[in-house]
Design a protein around this ligand. Structure first.
Ligand code: NBP
Length: 500
């Protein structure tokens, strides 16, 4: 038993993470349910990968387990859900006390809590680790969000910190330039201990929920430029290229600039105009929105992004409805440059609200599930490797450094000022979208959140009265201390009783 670590699941993520681990000088044993994939992968590595000697394939689970140093660290990168349970159950008979299973799949965090408990009862450790960044991240530096016991984490920590994305502490920018066999040196690592049991997978889930809204907001900005200003895809792509030089600088803005300028292989126009407008989803955005509903956390923009994907999928219905349901004719007399700048402001303000919702949700979750999350650190480990990596995240880390108990990101002085500066054009953009019948549900949801959160009073007084009227649910009074509940016998005695 000489391998530093083992890995099961040689699909795209497993192969890339295994090579990343080998590139960092660790010896790694790999295994896949279908042995043909193990053979193909190890043969490919021998031909093409400088670190191939560090990696050894196994076709039998018992020999695979025996090849790993104790306490064994075995990473799972198999399809999330029942495949993870099947793999864990197959492994258990070969493991010994103190061995550690690390699930790097996109597991539902409640499954992680259950698995950790079940394995603890058998004397085994379980780390649920969010892994973000897709195949390139896995290969050259992902963002890693591990959780489990501190003891298990201290065993995994050196490898996890080495293979994670690195960020230059002076500039706050991800360090690029990794190539096979030559890992990045220096910089701080985008791997940080998140907390016990399911905390890591929970944070990864919220990361994905934020990813959904980040993407939807960008799509709406594109759609407004296209429909209000009649801009071509490549022209809009150039705008995103410009935006990527400023405060919006991020991976998603960068790739959007590239995507929009990509010509169609047929030679006729731009590829994006030929792609079917029906969005897929794998479920993590939906989990985030569902959890926000469960915890009563007002993540309406995140939910709007999930619903926007759902609405996109009913393509045939939309095509039919477009011939029946009427909207306004687009009328616009706007200065093009001014409107583009207003859309940029609307995007930035909405993005602040979207992140505020994600962090507000994690704050609720840490109370509900008994975790202690470090929000500054979470924003920091999202700076490199992952899909939502952005310059903006440094501002979030700064905000929590200034006030670790910050109630809402929007209350941090930097963000308060950014929202204040951008709000006039944000409102203008939202009203233009509404007046011209252009769907912009995420922009609208974010603005409603901002206006709702900054309102000292809301019409929930009437709502409470309605609840008390039909269900005797009682209400508190503004002129009495909180916690005292009142009921009124509605309707007034001189009014006739309603007959339903
Ligand atoms: P997939 O999610 O497509 O899973 C394929 C792997 O699961 C293969 O190794 C397959 O073995 C194995 N597997 C299946 Br399917 N059923 C199994 C079973 N019953 N028992 C044992 N193994 C089984 O691969 P992926 O896209 O590389 O993702 C791996 C994990 O990483 C997933 O949980 C995913 O959600 C997560 N993730 C993916 C990304 C991404 O960008 N793709 C990013 C972050 C996280 P076989 O070869 O024998 O069929």
């Amino acid at each position: 038993n000489t391998a530093d670590i083992g890995l099961i699941g040689l699909a795209v993520m497993g192969q890339n993470l295994a090579l990343n681990i080998a590139d960092h000088g660790y010896t790694i044993s790999v295994y896949n349910r279908d042995p043909e994939k193990t053979r193909k992968f190890t043969a490919h590595c021998k031909e093409n990968e400088p670190s191939a000697a560090k990696l050894k394939g196994f076709e039998d689970l018992a020999t695979f387990v025996l090849s790993i140093k104790r306490p064994r660290k075995i990473v799972l990168l198999v399809k999330a859900g029942s495949a993870t349970d099947v793999t864990i159950n197959a492994l258990i008979p070969f493991l010994e006390e103190g061995d550690i299973i690390i699930d790097g799949g996109n597991a539902l965090w409640t499954d992680t809590i259950r698995r950790e408990k079940e394995l603890k009862a058998k004397g085994l450790e379980f780390i649920g680790s969010g892994v973000s960044g897709g195949e390139t991240g896995a290969r050259f530096g992902p963002s890693l969000m591990p959780s489990g016991t501190r003891k298990a984490w201290s065993s995994l920590e050196p490898i996890w910190r080495d293979i994670a994305a690195k960020v230059d502490p002076r500039t706050g920018k991800p360090i690029e330039g990794a190539e096979p066999g030559k890992p990045v040196q220096g910089g701080f690592s985008c791997a940080e201990y998140i907390g016990p049991d399911g905390a890591g997978h929970y944070v990864k889930m919220v990361h994905n929920g934020i990813e959904y809204i980040d993407m939807q907001l960008i799509c709406e900005a594109y759609w407004l430029m296209k429909n209000l200003l009649g801009m071509r895809a490549d022209e809009i792509g150039k705008v995103f290229e410009e935006w990527n030089k400023g405060e919006l600088s991020s991976f998603l803005i960068e790739i959007t600039g590239d995507i929009l300028q990509q010509k169609d292989p047929s030679g006729d126009g731009f590829l994006v105009d030929k792609i079917m407008d029906a969005a897929g989803q794998k479920g993590t955005g939906q989990w985030t929105a569902a959890n926000a509903l469960e915890l009563g956390s007002p993540a309406n923009a995140i939910a709007a992004a999930v619903f926007a994907r759902a609405l996109s999928t009913v393509k045939d219905e939309r095509v039919e409805a477009s011939t029946i349901l009427k909207g306004p004719t687009i009328k616009l007399e706007a200065d093009r440059e001014k409107l583009i700048e207003a859309i940029r402001n609307a995007l930035y303000c909405s993005k602040i609200c979207a992140y505020a919702q994600g962090f507000q949700l994690m704050d609720k979750a840490q109370v509900a599930y008994n975790w202690k999350l470090n929000f500054g650190e979470i924003a920091q480990i999202w700076r490199g490797g992952c899909i939502i990596r952005a310059r903006f995240l440094q501002k979030i880390t700064d905000a929590y450094a200034l006030d670790s108990r910050l109630k809402n990101l929007m209350l941090d002085p930097y963000f308060t000022e950014a929202l204040d500066e951008g709000q006039e054009s944000w409102r203008e953009v939202v009203s233009l979208a509404v007046r011209n019948g252009i769907p912009a549900q995420a922009f609208c949801a974010a603005l409603s959140y901002y206006d709702g959160y900054r309102s000292a009073t809301l019409p929930a007084n009437l709502l409470q009265a309605q609840r008390d009227y039909f269900g005797a649910h009682t209400y508190e009074r503004t002129d009495q201390p909180r916690g005292q509940f009142f009921h009124t016998d509605w309707p007034e005695p001189d009014r006739p009783q309603l007959k339903v």
